[in-house]
Design a protein around this ligand. Sequence first.
Ligand SMILES: *[C@@H]1O[C@H](CO)[C@@H](O)[C@H](O)[C@H]1NC(C)=O
Ligand SMILES: *[C@@H]1O[C@H](CO)[C@@H](O)[C@H](O)[C@H]1NC(C)=O
Ligand SMILES: *[C@@H]1O[C@H](CO)[C@@H](O)[C@H](O)[C@H]1NC(C)=O
Ligand SMILES: *[C@@H]1O[C@H](CO)[C@@H](O)[C@H](O)[C@H]1NC(C)=O
Ligand SMILES: *[C@@H]1O[C@H](CO)[C@@H](O)[C@H](O)[C@H]1NC(C)=O
Ligand SMILES: *[C@@H]1O[C@H](CO)[C@@H](O)[C@H](O)[C@H]1NC(C)=O
Ligand SMILES: *[C@@H]1O[C@H](CO)[C@@H](O)[C@H](O)[C@H]1NC(C)=O
Ligand SMILES: *[C@@H]1O[C@H](CO)[C@@H](O)[C@H](O)[C@H]1NC(C)=O
Ligand SMILES: [Zn+2]
Ligand SMILES: [Zn+2]
Length: 614
Amino acid sequence: MLTFGFVFGLLGSLSAVSACADGADGHTHDHSRRTVPIPVAPPTRPLVWGDLNIIHTTDSHGWLLGHQKTSFPEPNYSGTFGDFASFVTHMKEIALERDVDLLLVDSGDLHDGTGLTDGFPAGGVDAHDANQFVKQLPYDIMAIGNHELYIYANTLDMHTNFAPAFKGRYLSSNVNITVLNDKGQVVSVPVGSRSAKFTTRKGRKVTSLGVLFDFTGNDVNTTVQPVADMVKETWFAEAIKEEPDFFLLVGHMPVARDNWPAVFNAVRAVHPLTPILILGGHSHVRDCLQLDGRSMSLESGRYMETVGFLSANLNTKSKGNLTFNRRYIDPNVVSYEFHTNTNSRNFNTAQGLSITQGLNKLASKFDLSFLFGTAPHDFTLSRSPYPSNDSLLTLFAQNAMPVALAINNTRASIPNVMITNSGSQRFDVYAGPFTKNDQLTASPFADSFLFIPNVPFGIANQVLPSLNNAGANERRAMFEARESAEYGLGYVETTYRRWLQEMDVRNDGAARRAAANLTLGYVTTDACPGVGDDVLHAPLPFFDAPDFIGSIPPTVASEDTPIDLVFVDFISDQLLQILNSIQNTTVFTNSDVQTYSPILANAALGLYAQAAWN
Ligand SMILES: *[C@@H]1O[C@H](CO)[C@@H](O)[C@H](O)[C@H]1NC(C)=O
Ligand SMILES: *[C@@H]1O[C@H](CO)[C@@H](O)[C@H](O)[C@H]1NC(C)=O
Ligand SMILES: *[C@@H]1O[C@H](CO)[C@@H](O)[C@H](O)[C@H]1NC(C)=O
Ligand SMILES: *[C@@H]1O[C@H](CO)[C@@H](O)[C@H](O)[C@H]1NC(C)=O
Ligand SMILES: *[C@@H]1O[C@H](CO)[C@@H](O)[C@H](O)[C@H]1NC(C)=O
Ligand SMILES: *[C@@H]1O[C@H](CO)[C@@H](O)[C@H](O)[C@H]1NC(C)=O
Ligand SMILES: *[C@@H]1O[C@H](CO)[C@@H](O)[C@H](O)[C@H]1NC(C)=O
Ligand SMILES: *[C@@H]1O[C@H](CO)[C@@H](O)[C@H](O)[C@H]1NC(C)=O
Ligand SMILES: [Zn+2]
Ligand SMILES: [Zn+2]
């Protein structure tokens, strides 16, 4: 039998609230109130503390006000960054009482994800304002992520305004920025610092690095050195030469299937037995593994949906395997209070409240609650089949794109086929108010729409299936080549979606969801001993989606009827290639392509909501 605590939602969506009434808490809720209690499954077991403990965040991507929707499982992740700050303060107090070390670590990707980072007015810099709140947390080590490097101005802001606040502890071991020095000379320098050495409260000596995976999508005047080259640098050898009590290797690099072994082996070659703690990120999954018995690697999810906890017992003379523990905490006030033995009367610290208040002020300064319309129900990326009424991809391709692109468009009366890529949508749209923040979160990419006029309907109608199906045999090779190129450019959705799919399949998702005694959420299987998830969940349903999605084909007189073939510029090259492979009458080139509408992809959902959800 589960017991529930409560977090308070801003505005209850009726479906979410009524669903909790048939849950295990036995309460009924007043559906008319604007503030509704959302039942929250608390953790069932305390954290296992060691003599060294680490709280880990990664890939927060601007989710500093937490997940604010009432649809499941969003309340699981409703803790704000202010709540997190209060949690950290209480955890520090517990560490003092226990007389153990507690460190706070972040593995990067502070930019790009919500309106708090991306909703800045013209002339601003992404995440600059939100980062003022991140700076208030007592991070011991932070590492740079690839999302800090897509736009030079963002990297410069990290170099100039962010890194200095951490006094040598904002690490970019293999990432440089090109700037003008005091003498006006062009120089390449680390964005933060290459390495850090410090001593913990309990007197442990720590050597730390902050490594980025082999990212190739960075902006001009930023440099990412491949990890394999970094470990051959003289400075690297110097940094790891002296033996600390443990190595704290932080980095924006997945703990599995990436280059951590290169860094780990380089350290191990010099220090065969020194404990090594690795805190990774980037692939947005919960994961843990051990590269050997005196090391543990932890990765703590994404979007403030996970706060990681890692503990180790280093106070031992034994040269054998060390004891480690890890936990993936659902970031909400109930979890935070449970683990810090606090309650609603004494949980909030003044600093925590002020951070949340400041973030709310920032949200109103950016007008993030600007309302486009009210979503009638949830539209999800992978929890509903494509096509279906509950699919965000269906909503975008079949409704939003056609409605938005018809606005003020003289070609609107000409039949068309519209195509975009499913990667154009980033996050679910939930029932209730659809705001500027939701639009920035769900559909952020400012791609424009192009078209080729007078394509025979019969041909245009084959383009989408052909794109999704390009030559059964070539497809696999092409897919793999594309996947590895996309990986270098920072695209992680493939890894994340595979993780969701495996989670659903492995855990017999449908049965666990039907049993109704578990709440929805992540169910993690990793390579570390014991159960990692702090709250046991039933896995989210998972449905695969094609790479390309399109509008419902028009009804026309014949296969030869000329129509407009409309597509997002991002897929232009692939589309022309396909178009020329399915017919021989015309060789289509870029000169046949014209601009279809000034409306960009990131505005489509909002325009649709204004038209259809009011
Ligand atoms: C998590 O989501 C479920 C719905 O799947 C909800 O019932 C539960 O209260 C949430 N738990 C937390 C900790 O927020
Ligand atoms: C790179 O930075 C240098 C120094 O600020 C500048 O002179 C140069 O124009 C920049 N290059 C590009 C492509 O922006
Ligand atoms: C990074 O900056 C350092 C310090 O200026 C310089 O020595 C090094 O060559 C640069 N590394 C890269 C890969 O550009
Ligand atoms: C020590 O840990 C390693 C890696 O986790 C494992 O393979 C090995 O069996 C362990 N040894 C002992 C004695 O437990
Ligand atoms: C999907 O939506 C359409 C249009 O609103 C409606 O006609 C149809 O019944 C819905 N289908 C399902 C399965 O709910
Ligand atoms: C469409 O045109 C009207 C009238 O010129 C204008 O007010 C409106 O902003 C335009 N809509 C869009 C989405 O551009
Ligand atoms: C949930 O219910 C199923 C089926 O009734 C049962 O097998 C399982 O042990 C229950 N799990 C928990 C955590 O109570
Ligand atoms: C295009 O022409 C080639 C050579 O004549 C032929 O083999 C191919 O089947 C044609 N393709 C289509 C789609 O008509
Ligand atoms: Zn990320
Ligand atoms: Zn990343």
